[in-house]
Every structure is written in C-alpha cells, then in structure tokens.
Write a protein that binds this ligand. Structure first.
Ligand SMILES: C[S@@+](CC[C@H](N)C(=O)[O-])C[C@H]1O[C@@H](n2cnc3c(N)ncnc32)[C@H](O)[C@@H]1O
Length: 208
C-alpha cells in the first residue's frame, strides 16, 4: 500500500530530524520525521501563510492539518491573549507537534489527534488556518472548507494556502461559493493565500 503523509498510523521507519526556521522574525526548532509533510524544511506555502496572516491578540485559532506544527506554533506568538488548537489525523505528526510546542516554549497551544474538526467538535474559532492535504483529494478539502463555517464565529476568517498549479483558484472558487467572499492575500513562489470571512450568521445559530 502506498503510504501518504496523511496516513493515520504511519508504519515507515522513524527518521527524526531537527530543523530550524525563522518565522515572523523569530527562530523556531522543529522535530520532524519520515511520513510527515515537508520534513526537511518548512514548506514555502506554509511560510507564505504564516508571514501573511493577521490576527487579533486574543484570537482563538485552529490549525487544521497541523503536521509537525509550524503554523500553529508560529501563530501562537501572534495571539498572546488567545489560544491555538492544532489538529491532525496523522498520529506521528501529532506527537511531533506536541514535542515542538514544548521545545519552543509555547504556552497557549493544544495539540489534538483526529479527523477534520472531530477533535474540536462544538468549538468556535476566530480563525481557521490550513495548508490543506491536497493529496487527500478535492472532495475532502471542499468538505473541510464547507464545515469551517460551523466552527467560525461571525466575522471569523478561513485562511487557505495552496499551489497555483495544484488548483488553488478552484479552491478559492469553492470558498467564494461557501462563504460568499474570497480574497487573495498573498502570492509568491507558485503559492497563493486565500481568505474568506464568515459574514453570514453561523449555520445552526439562526433565530427561528
Ligand atoms: C499539506 S500538510 C500541512 C502540514 C502543516 N500544516 C504544514 O504546513 O507543514 C496537510 C496535513 O493535513 C493532515 N490531514 C490530512 N487529512 C486530514 C484530515 N481529514 N483531518 C485532519 N488532518 C488531515 C495531514 O496528515 C497533513 O499533516
């Protein structure tokens, strides 16, 4: 069986490695391993998202598909009065992200394992950030975008980064369809960062 980076329990032999990255002006160290996404360096798309995102100091943020944790760990410094939840289906990624939260002395981040939004069921966020699992297929990603609305406070934002040649514009069109708006915030190195705002009342919270 071909093993992807989004396998729940990767069986590949461990090849742990410590990498460093400067993100938003700070130095970070990350443990990575085989069977996790972008194990040799922080991905360029991930970096574009981290450098471009704007958040309130007290925002509650979800890093959806956190891998070894670069997005959630770097943005935790931007929300000192808020909180970051990092979730991933891949148990190896989750265990690395937990170690990396500790290693970088992050006190306002929580790492949870599970599929999609299942680990944060019932929770609401000010922002959801994702470098989505393109290889999981478009249907999975569109599902994750659609479900974002039920986890975003009103005026909360959904941020997605993807490669132009891996269909970011068609994902932007889905975001436009689902949220009624989608804006390109950053572009570079073949990637684009797209943001949608939750302008309509959240599903399920409408008055009868
Ligand atoms: C492109 S990687 C991004 C990883 C990390 N955020 C980064 O930027 O380095 C996508 C991540 O989504 C995770 N993933 C795939 N399908 C998922 C799902 N259904 N629910 C949660 N996470 C998923 C994968 O395990 C992988 O770590």
């Amino acid at each position: 069986m071909v093993e992807h980076y989004f396998t729940r329990e990767p069986g590949a032999r461990h090849r742990e490695k410590l990498i460093t990255a400067r993100l938003r002006g700070r130095e970070y160290r990350f443990w990575t391993d085989s069977s996790v996404f972008s194990k040799d360096r922080v991905d360029r798309g991930t970096r574009l998202l981290i450098e471009g995102v704007s958040l309130r100091e007290d925002a509650w943020v979800l890093d959806l598909g956190c891998g070894y944790g670069p997005i959630g760990i770097a943005v935790a410094a931007l929300v000192p009065r808020g909180r970051v939840y990092l979730v991933d289906v891949n148990e190896r990624a989750v265990s690395l992200a937990r170690r990396n939260v500790e290693l970088n002395g992050v006190g306002n981040a929580i790492v949870l394992q599970g599929e999609g939004y299942e680990p944060v069921a019932g929770m609401m966020f000010d922002a959801i950030l994702t470098n989505p699992p393109i290889r999981a297929g478009r249907k999975v990603i569109v599902g994750l975008i659609a479900e974002a609305r039920t986890h975003l406070r009103e005026s909360g934002s959904f941020w997605l980064v993807a490669r132009t040649r891996q269909g970011v514009l068609s994902l932007a069109a889905e975001m436009e369809r689902i949220f009624g708006n989608a804006e390109e915030c950053e572009k570079g190195g073949g990637f684009r960062v797209i943001r949608s705002q939750n302008l309509r009342p959240s599903i399920g919270l409408r008055e009868t």
